[in-house]
Design a protein around this ligand. Sequence first.
Ligand SMILES: Nc1ncnc2c1ncn2[C@@H]1O[C@H](COP(=O)(O)OP(=O)(O)OP(=O)(O)O)[C@@H](O)[C@H]1O
Ligand SMILES: [Mg+2]
Length: 256
Amino acid sequence: MKTAETLLSVEDLAVEVGEREVLASVSLEIPRGRLAVLMGANGSGKSTLGLALAGHPRYRVTGGRATLAGRDLLAMNVEERARAGLFLSFQAPPDIAGVKNNLFIRTAVNAVREARGEAPLDAFDFLGEARGAAGRLGLPEAMLARPVNDGFSGGERKRNELLQLALLRPRLAILDEIDSGMDVDGLRALVLLVAQLRAQGTSFLVVSHYLQLIESLEPDTVMRLDQGCIAEHGDLSLAREIARTGFARASEPVEV
Ligand SMILES: Nc1ncnc2c1ncn2[C@@H]1O[C@H](COP(=O)(O)OP(=O)(O)OP(=O)(O)O)[C@@H](O)[C@H]1O
Ligand SMILES: [Mg+2]
């Protein structure tokens, strides 16, 4: 019996990148307001899963199904997926020359608001919200007026992803190594923001290699991706075991 409403459902998803099949058959479910952590060795396909779900054209889905709140995700284009409430933070956020950060985020926020049947925010109201969120995330206000990520440090780029997350309030947030490069204050702001959004019903798929962060996010589920499939499913004890013994132990038991 299902105890909570399923938000994201992925069944037997297969994804090719270039000539290679990176994901063979990934199946997972994330209920509303729940947080799942995805672990896996470098190159196991974690970013591939996020990018394929977000609709990146380079990541070709060759099989399986994915639904968001019961709607066929794979039938939607990138913009439709974002409007439907999917948010992906990039492992390496790119810069967008010539596009001001505040206009970029306001455009995205208003597209999502329109899809939810909410009135658009004008420049003044948006700036008020954006300033408040930037302050809480320790992002200098001047960064709102600069081109997206232009000259931002590694940690500032990650905080800028968090700013988008805070303002977009998505139904599903896929955070791909959002912690990498962020200082201790950034991590604290991340944990706080995730808890707030989760309490409002946002679901999370969080990719991380960092046990301390995973523990502080209090995940409902921990999964390990290997050989293109979810090889293990568990709770925090799985993350602790992986941190202790590494990824090699599960696929190839070491004999002594
Ligand atoms: N555009 C691409 N062209 C060719 N191969 C790619 C491309 N993108 C990803 N790959 C390959 O797909 C595999 C999975 O990559 P992916 O980035 O999903 O791994 P990951 O689990 O996120 O790793 P990491 O922990 O290092 O971030 C890797 O072997 C990678 O080299
Ligand atoms: Mg990755």
